[in-house]
Design a binder for this molecule. Structure first.
Ligand SMILES: [Zn+2]
Length: 350
């Protein structure tokens, strides 16, 4: 198998992934409630421009505009029959920008949550979810993706369905979860659980994306790196600051300086692929590239150093950092699935 990700990682200590898709598309005119994925065919120039800006800022890897590209998500926009068309076209757009860059840039076929609750808690069967992910993955591979990139998922059942669906392509598979509920995902999965999943499914890389803010994300990276095998490639993709609700919209107020510092702490916590999630603009990414290239790795940060540098972390993440993996440790909100929150969250695109 031609594994361009492993090949590039064998020659570079760190790779810079790109920044946000959703929040940058809102800046370009996307309206809340619209499906970003439809823009791939309705406004290909804008999607191409966003990829180009990230590549110009120094990204080594760009994610396709396909976060909501499963038939379950596209059905909300009456586009469930367009899975192949939209995913293939999105991969082709990113591929064209990557190949014209004059250097090595990888295309990661982005796969987000279905938005459904899977069995045994919900109505969608594992078999159906796996088939939906396989359908998406196959189209992304056909469009030229180098790797399949499963992100922002919360439940073990859905992550495993996505991984198994993605694997039918033979491409390397990366999976990152959103540890946004007191050190765990909202379905109560901890970084140590992801380490097991990565091992079981031979993932090319695993990590943490989105969530609460850079400090909490680094805490999840520390907890993940403590649980994974030493040769597991880790991915950090933090939001650009802590999300705040201002004037009817979610805003991210992280500065390029904050994101530059975050990149360095991501390196020190074990990440080898580092990027930004919601709110991360091409300007932020350029600062992150500079910080990454100039950085001489330092010691593994502890909780006190992390909080002094990037801000507070949750009690759940802190308990895990001190070696307490007990679900009851600081998991007041993390012990039970939070279906309502999940429902409201799934409309957001990182
Ligand atoms: Zn995000």
């Amino acid at each position: 198998m031609n594994n361009r990700l492993a090949d590039l990682l064998s020659r570079r200590p760190y790779l810079l992934a790109d920044g946000a898709t959703g929040s940058n598309l809102f800046e370009m005119g996307l309206v809340s409630g619209d499906a970003p994925e439809l823009w791939t065919l309705d406004h290909p120039d804008r999607i191409r421009l966003l990829h180009q800006k990230f590549v110009d800022a120094g990204a080594d890897l760009v994610l396709t505009n396909t976060f909501g590209g499963t038939r379950y998500r596209l059905k909300l926009h009456a586009a469930e029959q367009r899975v192949r068309e939209l995913n293939r076209a999105a991969a082709q757009l990113a591929r064209a920008v990557a190949d014209a860059s004059g250097r090595e840039v990888l295309v990661a076929g982005c796969m987000g949550p279905t938005g459904e609750i899977l069995e045994p808690l919900g109505p969608v069967s594992i078999v159906d979810a796996r088939a939906a992910f396989a359908e998406q993955a196959d189209a992304l591979a056909e469009g030229g993706a180098d790797v399949l990139w499963i992100e922002t998922l919360s439940s073990t059942e859905e992550v495993e369905a996505a991984i198994e669906g993605a694997k039918i392509t033979g491409l390397p598979v990366v999976s990152t979860l959103s540890f946004d509920t007191n050190g765990r995902t909202m379905m109560s999965v901890a970084p140590a659980d992801l380490a097991q999943i990565a091992r079981r499914h031979h993932l090319a890389a695993c990590g943490s994306n989105c969530g609460v803010g850079p400090s909490e994300l680094i805490a999840s990276m520390l907890n993940l790196s403590a649980a994974t095998d030493a040769d597991m490639v880790l991915v950090a993709k933090a939001n650009c600051g802590i999300p705040q609700y201002v004037d009817g919209a979610i805003r991210y107020d992280g500065t390029p300086e904050l994101m530059a510092r975050y990149v360095q702490l991501a390196v020190d916590s074990g990440a080898r692929i580092i990027g930004g999630c919601c709110g991360t603009s091409p300007e932020h990414l350029a600062a992150m590239r500079k910080a990454l290239d100039a950085y001489v790795p330092g010691p593994r940060p502890d909780a006190a150093m992390l909080e002094a540098t990037l801000g507070q972390i949750s009690t759940g993440a802190r308990a895990q950092l001190s070696g307490n993996l007990d679900r009851a440790a600081g998991s007041a909100s993390g012990a039970a699935p939070r279906v309502n929150r999940r429902r409201s969250k799934i409309s957001s695109n990182p």
